[in-house]
Design a protein around this ligand. Structure first.
Ligand code: HEC
Ligand code: HEC
Length: 264
């Protein structure tokens, strides 16, 4: 008996540590054309319940999801194909290829941009960023650029491609309080302008365009004018051509503090 148990233990360890072989991904995953096709299918058959950009509604939110209760690609494929019996999620009548396109789209609104196959010319996007488009007036990348908007050095590792696009073309969708523009006017008429970084009952912390932080006591103030909307320009959808926007996203998608994996 003893000898038997002795034999079994190493066997168990062996099977536990042998990592599951990585499954080959379906070719639709990360493929821009499949994602685009999936987006159309999603708009027609799923958006009514899950929101046009996966933001949720009658069905659950499908984007920016940290946890996919163990839904891998195959699992998502099956959920879409078979529906969720008993819940409000209908089975799909689409052929396998189209269901894979849907999986590719749902993945694309969740995977960080740097892990996606983002089309475009990053070098062209880079010169737009530091030049004509004026992004660097407000945004810094690796210590260079402005401070009125968030640092974008890690944006490709943080946000999915679709989210970056949305951030650029419709900045008010979910802006951050911490970047609202503020003008504080003192009783003596002196003005401090910049971005409101912090406020208490007694003081405001305002960062000016050069990056200097001013601690302003509210007792000495005549007026505080806080802008409601995001200071990010609203007209990039028309100011940038379709190609320029694509190149800009390609550039930002590569901004990451972790080095990209070597392509074999
Ligand atoms: C009639 C409304 C409705 C439609 C149409 C619909 N869904 Fe759903 N979907 C739901 C509901 C409700 C759930 C949650 C089911 C549950 O309770 O687990 C769900 C769940 C899901 C899930 C699993 C989410 C999770 O948390 O595990 C995925 C993925 C999904 N839907 C994708 C799609 C796709 C892709 C389409 C279009 C082909 C679609 N759905 C169409 C209502 C809908
Ligand atoms: C006048 C200042 C300003 C300019 C110019 C500007 N932005 Fe922004 N941007 C902001 C602010 C402020 C935010 C913070 C979110 C908000 O308030 O909407 C932001 C948010 C973002 C985000 C989201 C960041 C995150 O962490 O999710 C991205 C991406 C972005 N901007 C890209 C760009 C690009 C690309 C350009 C040039 C085409 C640009 N911005 C030009 C001020 C600016």
């Amino acid at each position: 008996m003893r000898r038997y148990a002795f034999l079994i233990i190493p066997l168990c360890v062996g099977t536990l540590t042998a990592a599951e072989p990585e499954k080959a991904k379906n070719p639709a995953i990360g493929n821009p054309e499949a994602i685009e096709a999936g987006k159309k299918l999603f708009g027609a058959g799923c958006a009514g319940c899950h929101g046009s950009a996966g933001e949720g509604g009658r069905g659950p939110k499908l984007r920016n999801r940290a946890v996919w209760h163990s839904l891998d690609d195959e699992g998502m494929f099956k959920t879409i194909q078979k529906g969720v019996p008993g819940a409000d999620m209908p089975a799909s009548t689409q052929p396998d290829e189209k269901i894979w396109q849907l999986v590719a789209f749902v993945r694309s609104i969740n995977a960080p941009a740097m892990e996606q196959n983002v089309p475009g010319a990053p070098a062209a996007g880079e010169s737009l960023f530091w030049g004509k488009a004026g992004c660097s007036n407000c945004h810094a990348i690796r210590g260079k650029g402005g401070v009125l908007g968030p640092d974008l050095s890690n944006i490709g590792a943080l946000r999915p491609m679709e989210q970056i696009r949305e951030d650029i073309v419709s900045p008010n969708a979910d802006g951050f309080e911490a970047y609202r523009r503020v003008t504080a006017t003192g009783r003596d008429g002196r003005k401090v302008e910049g971005v409101l970084r912090n406020r208490t009952n007694y003081s405001l912390q305002i960062q000016d365009i050069k990056g200097n932080i001013h601690l302003v006591s509210t007792a000495g103030l005549r007026e505080i004018a806080l802008e409601k909307a995001s200071p990010m320009p609203k007209d990039y959808a028309s100011r940038l051509s379709k190609d320029e926007l694509r190149d800009m996203i390609a550039f930002l998608a590569r901004q990451s503090m972790r080095p990209p994996e070597e392509k074999k």
